[in-house]
Every structure is written in C-alpha cells, then in structure tokens.
Design a binder for this molecule. Structure first.
Ligand SMILES: Cc1cc2nc3c(=O)[nH]c(=O)nc-3n(C[C@H](O)[C@H](O)[C@H](O)COP(=O)(O)O)c2cc1C
Length: 208
C-alpha cells in the first residue's frame, strides 16, 4: 500500500460481505498488475461442477477499449471511471475441446483420458446453447467470488449486466457461444455507494 492508497481491507469474509457496495466512481489510479492477476486467481478458486472451470476473463485497462466498452454498455460511466474492467464469461466449448485440462494430472494418463471422455459424453447430447447455459451458472458463482475478492484486496466494484452482449462479443472478438456472467469495473472507491436495502430473512426464507 502507498500513502495515497485509501483502500479499506476487510478483516474477514463476513466484513467483506457487509462493506461491499456497488461503486460507480473510482479514484484515477491504476491497479498493479499483480493485484489484477491475484483477483483472477482468487475468483478461479470458486467451485464448479465436475471442476469444469468454464469461466474466462478479459481484463481491460486500455482507455480506448474501455471507452468502446462503455459505448455498448448504454454509456454507463463506471466503465471508463474504473482503472480496470473485468469481462467475465463462460466458454463451455473450450471446456469440451480441452476437457483433459480439467482432470487432475496426478490421476495418471489413463484416468485423465477416461474421465475427459466421460465429461464430453455427459454434455454431447445437449446443444451448444444448453450446455452454455449450464456453464453460465458456474461462471456466475465465479463472478460473485471475483466481487468479494476485490473487496478483500480493498478494491470496490460495480457488477453490470447492462450491456449489449452481441456488441461486446464483437468488440472483444469472442465467439457467439460464450455467455456473459457480467462485467465488473474495479478500482479504489471515490464515492460511498448506497446503504444496503434488502429483504428481511423472513421474507425470503422458509425454515422447515
Ligand atoms: C448481475 C448484476 C448486474 C447489474 N447490472 C448493473 C448495471 O448494468 N448498472 C448498474 O448501475 N448497476 C448494476 N447492478 C448493481 C445493482 O443495481 C446493485 O448491486 C443493487 O442495487 C444492490 O446494491 P449494492 O450492490 O450496492 O449492494 C448489477 C448488479 C448485479 C448483481
């Protein structure tokens, strides 16, 4: 941390959950690359079914690219305000092509081959959109981890689904089958955000 660093580092996961708020104005200060990489690593620790790990990230720090992304995000200003913007998406076709990578190498070559074939067999009767949707459920969990990882390192973020998916695919050269969990502008907060307004436990829960 530097003397100009106003990050607040939460002491616990519980505190991180409590203090996270959507922040749409950021301090104009770049995020060190080591922190950007650490955020991806931490988000990647999110669990996924069969450990398929279908989530992929694009981390945008280039001002021109951020400006173009903002244009296809209904001009939401948090995109260019943030020093870094994470685009988080699932790519289940990448998983299908490279299924072997998801099996622990310690299992040995035969097991890796058998299990990779099993994984492909599991999904080959689904069409690309169906298994893409399944993979998106995994990516959404990872997206949540990314938000909390950012909070954990003292950064703030602003989850977003307000963008045109086809245009974002085109802008970033992504294939049609990828599905977006969201985009996440990240940086040091330059505003407080709004206090939490949430349903009560009773409103959303049945204890049986
Ligand atoms: C998946 C998702 C998509 C969202 N999309 C947008 C968005 O496009 N623009 C925006 O200003 N806020 C967006 N939000 C922020 C929500 O409005 C915000 O999370 C909610 O009001 C609760 O406030 P809090 O995050 O400060 O607790 C999104 C949040 C989530 C989780």
């Amino acid at each position: 941390m530097t003397s100009t660093d106003t990050r607040r580092i939460p002491a616990s996961v519980t505190e991180a959950i409590e203090i996270r708020r959507s922040i749409r104005k950021f301090v104009q200060q770049p995020i060190p690359e080591a922190d950007l990489r650490e955020l991806v690593r931490l988000a990647g620790l999110a669990p996924t079914a069969f450990n398929v790990q279908p989530t992929r990230f694009i981390v945008i720090t280039d001002p021109q690219m951020k400006a173009k992304l903002q244009e296809v995000s209904y001009n939401q200003a948090q995109v260019t305000s943030a020093p870094a913007v994470f685009v988080v998406y699932s790519d289940m076709e990448d998983v299908m092509t490279n299924a072997e990578e998801t099996i622990h190498p310690g299992m040995g070559a035969d097991q890796v081959a058998t299990r990779a074939a099993g994984l492909r067999a599991n999904f080959q009767n689904q069409d690309v959109a169906q298994r893409g949707q399944w993979a998106l459920a995994q990516a959404n969990i990872t997206f949540g981890f990314l938000m909390l990882a950012a909070t954990g390192l003292g950064y703030s973020s602003s989850p977003m689904l307000g963008f045109q998916p086809d245009k974002v695919r085109e802008l970033l050269g992504l294939p049609e089958h990828v599905q977006f969990a969201g985009i996440l502008p990240v940086g040091i907060a330059a505003e407080e955000g709004f206090p939490h307004h949430r349903h009560s436990v009773e409103r959303i829960t049945k204890f049986i």
